[in-house]
Design a protein around this ligand. Sequence first.
Ligand SMILES: Cc1cc2nc3c(=O)[nH]c(=O)nc-3n(C[C@H](O)[C@H](O)[C@H](O)COP(=O)(O)OP(=O)(O)OC[C@H]3O[C@@H](n4cnc5c(N)ncnc54)[C@H](O)[C@@H]3O)c2cc1C
Length: 413
Amino acid sequence: MSQSYVIVGDGIAGASAAETLREEEPDADITIITDEGEPLYNRILIKEFAKGKLPEAPISIHEESWYDDRDVDLVLNTLITDIDPEGHTVTAHDGTEFDYDKLLLAIGGTPTQLPVENSDADGIHHFWTFQDARDIKDHIEQADNSVVIGAGLLGIDLAAITAAQDVEGKYLMRGKAWWRYALSQDGAEIIHNALRERNVEPVFDSGVDHFEVDDDGHVTTAVDPNDDHYDADFVGIAIGLNFNTEIIDGTGIDYDNGIHTDEYMRTNHEDIFAAGDITEFHDLILGERAQNGAWGSAKEQGTIAAKNMVEYGSEEFRWVSSYSITHFDFPFLSFGHPTLGDDHVEAKYSDTEWRRLAIKDGKIVGGVLIGDLSPQTKYKKLMREQVDVSGQKEVLVKQDFELDDLEGAAAEQ
Ligand SMILES: Cc1cc2nc3c(=O)[nH]c(=O)nc-3n(C[C@H](O)[C@H](O)[C@H](O)COP(=O)(O)OP(=O)(O)OC[C@H]3O[C@@H](n4cnc5c(N)ncnc54)[C@H](O)[C@@H]3O)c2cc1C
């Protein structure tokens, strides 16, 4: 009898799992369910759409025909609200039940709301879906001034959108630096200058205490904890993700911030797997549980999960994730887990070139490169192979660093 596979979530993790399942098991029943109204699109590119730099068409990855061609049952606009691991069913908001032999949860996260007064006012945007990008584009094209909150990788996308749409903006940050957990002041200063050049002014030691609204309920002003007032008829908030774990509650599936999996993407329930942003997976490189929030990692996890759903233990997830930003004249890349580690080393080479490596127990666990991305392959190799670089920190950040520069075993290639 053919196996039945149900995938919840048609993001890159779920869709790549469906593709792999079909390749591995030509006769299987495969169903993919999403609460969104459209099949897989490129979440990385929706910011370029909101900037006005790309039309809709190239953002889409799969037409509905892609699923038909592979005999994958695509169910749109359907929110799964219950999982019954014993009965092997999931139930949708409208009561429809789907039976499975193996289940994949590729359900990602939802942007965190700011818990302040009027944070649900008109004109305040969060950013995760293509529909969010359409709403942001429609609004920012008419806006006079803007405020962005969230000094991380998604916040800077919102700031870049306001800049690309020529809307004067303030970027309110806690602390004194953008992405202060991964960058030092020196590195962040490169980003601050690039923002200023684009008419986005970083405001430090700030944040939002509350928003003021007009008689129609539209935001007019962001008021920060110092009682400074910033005019804003457009507000973008990106302060993190709440992982969609509500449906896991009470099922016996282990989770914390995300769903716990082993290196085969299997949960503590033998017929239930998870992939993508939602997982807190056993990271073989770090030697501990970790979570990635990157497109390439989610795609790979979907593929690996599918292989292990077909044959458990067939392939493990071992991956150095990376995330690049293309808003400025210089390139920017973070890899691995740049905010972790017990040590680090950094160097600045010019006004737009800087590097920082995060090190844990003598091994590279992540880093950020600005300006010159050419050493990324070498650093990722050292990380993937868990090479001990103890005592050689300064060698690592030589501007023209080569693997041969490292002494002893570390130099083996
Ligand atoms: C604006 C933006 C820019 C980004 N830029 C980059 C970048 O430059 N580089 C990079 O590497 N990464 C980037 N990312 C992050 C990257 O897009 C994510 O890491 C990746 O898309 C995660 O894929 P996923 O499949 O795990 O989850 P998601 O893409 O979040 O997909 C999960 C899907 O499951 C659905 N779902 C959730 N719960 C249910 C339910 N109960 N029932 C039915 N459906 C459900 C959701 O609606 C969603 O469609 C960006 C993200 C955003 C939002």
